[in-house]
Design a protein around this ligand. Structure first.
Ligand code: NAP
Length: 291
């Protein structure tokens, strides 16, 4: 199976086609006693069909990368199974490691924990004090060394994106990962259209509002018309938007399957109208929300 076998995909500016449904890993790796169960959950996710894995050096101080690394290594060594090229592995560098010297060290450590030779995408986790021009140079250095295929950012609002793209090499930014969910629709006003014109996927983090949307009455009502669940509707509403990826996290096989199933829900115009009433789309600029 290649990364494009998922039913929803997004295009990147360098011609790749990625599954729009991925797996988040925040909160993985925090409890040594749960490690085997977590590795099993990520293995299950890979069996279900997830191919995009989102992690960060920040999560459990590298613990999430390490859990993901074990799961990926097991999946890649099973005969006749996945190939490395089937996966889209994304990690993030701390802002205070986003200088040329520090970033290389961070990336080497992430690759070692993930047990991989390269990352498909390496993101600046959020904007810090290291000048963006220096961070771009550091990313480009890693691309040249073959340690990352491409780079991007996270938690960048439209002004940050404009500033970044005006810098030398800034147009190389491949993705922006932001808080985007039914309750946080601000990016639809300006950021998402801006990214679309550049074929730059918007990776929606916390698309379930960290689980809270599972209990929303409107979503429950719409879900019942599709034989689905509230979280599937919450994810389907984002997946229906061109250029959007979602990376819900779950450590539970049943919920991983449930979230995956969101790709098969097709919302009707009536569903959309009901969603817009409960979660009004932005009519003016809303500053980007951040967790
Ligand atoms: P989320 O994906 O919106 O929600 C995860 C929570 O929802 C977990 O507690 C999970 O519990 C629960 N959940 C998952 N599926 C469910 C379902 N079908 N029904 C009910 N509950 C469900 O929140 P998130 O983890 O904050 O965001 C997703 C990923 O985005 C993160 O893991 C991380 O990779 C990334 N992220 C990035 C940033 C950034 O600054 N770039 C910030 C936040 C998150 P169980 O595990 O028990 O199922």
């Amino acid at each position: 199976m290649s990364p494009s076998d998922s039913s929803h995909t997004v295009a990147t500016s360098d011609g790749a086609c990625w599954p729009a449904m991925g797996l988040g890993t925040w909160r993985y790796g925090e409890d040594a006693a749960g490690r085997a169960t977590e590795v099993k959950a990520i293995r299950a996710a890979l069996d279900i069909g997830y191919r995009v894995i989102d992690t960060a050096e920040m999560y459990a101080d590298g613990g999430a990368e390490s859990v993901a690394g074990d799961a990926i290594a097991q999946a890649l060594t099973r005969p006749g199974s996945l190939q490395r090229s089937d996966l889209v592995v994304v990690s993030k560098v701390y802002p205070h490691h986003a200088s040329r010297r520090e970033m290389r060290r961070s990336c080497e450590a992430s690759l070692s924990r993930l047990r991989l030779d390269y990352l498909d995408l390496y993101l600046l986790h959020w904007r810090g004090t290291v000048p963006l021009a220096q961070t771009i140079e550091a990313f480009e250095d890693l691309v040249a060394r073959g340690m990352i295929k491409r780079w991007g950012v996270s938690n960048f609002d439209i002004d940050d994106m404009r500033e970044l793209s005006a810098l030398p090499g800034g147009a190389g930014c491949a993705a922006n990962q932001v808080y985007f969910s039914l309750t946080q629709r601000g990016p639809e006003f300006d950021l998402l259209p801006w990214q679309r014109t550049r074929t730059m996927p918007l990776m929606a983090y916390s698309p379930l509002d960290q689980g809270a949307l599972a209990h929303h009455p409107t979503l429950r009502r719409i879900a019942s018309r599709h034989d689905g669940t509230p979280t599937q509707v919450a994810l389907a509403a984002l997946l229906a938007q061109t250029g959007v990826m979602v990376i819900p996290k779950s450590g539970n096989e049943q919920r991983l399957r449930e979230n995956w199933g969101a790709q098969y829900i097709r919302l009707t115009p009536d569903d959309r109208a009901e969603l817009d009433k409960a979660f009004p789309p932005p009519r003016t600029k809303h500053p980007l929300a951040m967790l």
